[in-house]
Design a binder for this molecule. Structure first.
Ligand code: ZN
Ligand code: ZN
Length: 344
């Protein structure tokens, strides 16, 4: 089969590889019907994910059809159409039992697919702990509707969940890339009083204005004043920082009102400064980290009910054989690209 492979720093290539096989009774083999490219794939390409293993097949956003399952897999059967979770988790350890699946203590726990073990920009993928890592797609949900459930949409859902949003809140979201948009969709489900999105990229600003006209949009340069003017208590009640640029961590706490909650979902390239003297008396609560991708069933239900729709994010489609071209477009942010669907 063909598999897009992390050869060495700076180089991905479409290579011929053997089809994966079951290695453990809790494994499943999934025939990939659609996959996507994530910014994290670019981080691997550029060598900024040290634990990524050269030679692995990349890709951690995919849907497909179960081909075969190990003896101990109970929740899916061959022929089932499924979403694949970005995170591998055992379901049994201290952290998994509390829903903190990102911190699963299994050696492959956390983000392994397409990083430390073979991923899904390929024709087939082996999924460990298939009972945890796969979710059946409802019949009325298409592959494209389900494509982001296991990664960016799971992240947005988790971000909104940990942010304890109430109907009285003014919520500020920093960043309107694909994860920012997924976060926005999940924040809107909580029906807060006002949502403000801060973004500087004109394409992304236009995307928000077109698809979500009920949301206010501002530029980072005017963000503190804008949030002041559109909130009731001197700043945002909840801030979700999804941008991860050098300036946005500062904006996140600066735009928060006293006693606000700041959720940091973004992955930064470098350390951030927490200037405690400057924020003394603001009494902020910070939540940080990586997605606990354990709500995929609920997310699929919301999609089936028409309450969540990420299909506008799919701006381009490529066959797997042209995936190098798709990467070039995605990396260069050409042609107003948001997300790309890859068909094996
Ligand atoms: Zn990703
Ligand atoms: Zn675990």
């Amino acid at each position: 089969m063909y598999a897009y492979t992390y050869v060495k720093q700076g180089t991905f290539a479409l290579l011929e590889k053997p089809k994966p096989e079951l290695r453990h009774p809790r494994d499943a083999i999934v025939r990939v019907t659609l996959s996507s490219i994530c910014t994290s794939d670019l981080h691997i390409k550029h060598g900024s994910v040290p634990r990524a293993v050269p030679g692995i097949t990349v890709g951690h956003e995919m849907v497909g059809i179960v081909e075969s399952v190990g003896d101990q897999v109970a929740s899916v059967r061959p022929g089932d159409r499924v979403t694949v979770n970005v995170e591998t988790f055992c379901g049994d350890c201290f952290f998994c039992r509390r829903g903190f699946v990102n911190n699963c203590t299994d050696p492959n726990g956390g983000w392994a697919l397409g990083c430390r073990i073979d991923g899904g920009q390929a024709e087939y993928v082996r999924v460990p702990y298939a009972d945890q890592g796969l979710n059946r797609i409802p019949d009325n949900v298409s592959d494209e509707q389900a494509l982001f459930v296991g990664d960016v949409l799971a992240t947005g859902f988790w971000a909104a969940r940990i942010s304890d949003i109430t109907p009285e809140d003014t919520v500020l979201i920093l960043g309107a890339g694909p994860t920012g948009i997924c976060t926005l969709l999940c924040v809107l489900l909580k029906q807060p009083r006002q949502v403000i999105v801060c973004e500087k990229d004109p394409d992304r600003v236009a995307f928000v204005r077109t698809h979500y006209p009920q949301v206010l949009v501002c530029d980072p340069a005017e963000c503190p004043e804008f949030v002041q003017a559109h909130s009731r208590h001197g700043g945002a009640d909840v801030v979700l920082e999804v941008a991860g640029t050098p300036d946005t961590f500062r904006l996140a706490w600066l735009c928060a009102r006293p006693n606000a909650l700041v959720s940091v979902v973004a992955l930064y390239d470098g350390p951030q400064v927490l200037p405690l003297p400057e924020m003394y008396g603001k009494n902020l609560t910070f939540k940080t980290g990586g997605v606990d991708g354990c709500d995929c069933e609920e997310i699929l239900r919301l999609i089936a009910q028409g309450k969540l729709d990420t299909t506008p994010l799919i701006t381009h489609r490529f066959p797997l054989k042209d995936i190098a071209q798709a990467y070039e477009l995605f990396e260069g942010k050409q042609d107003h690209v948001m997300k790309i669907a890859i068909t094996p």
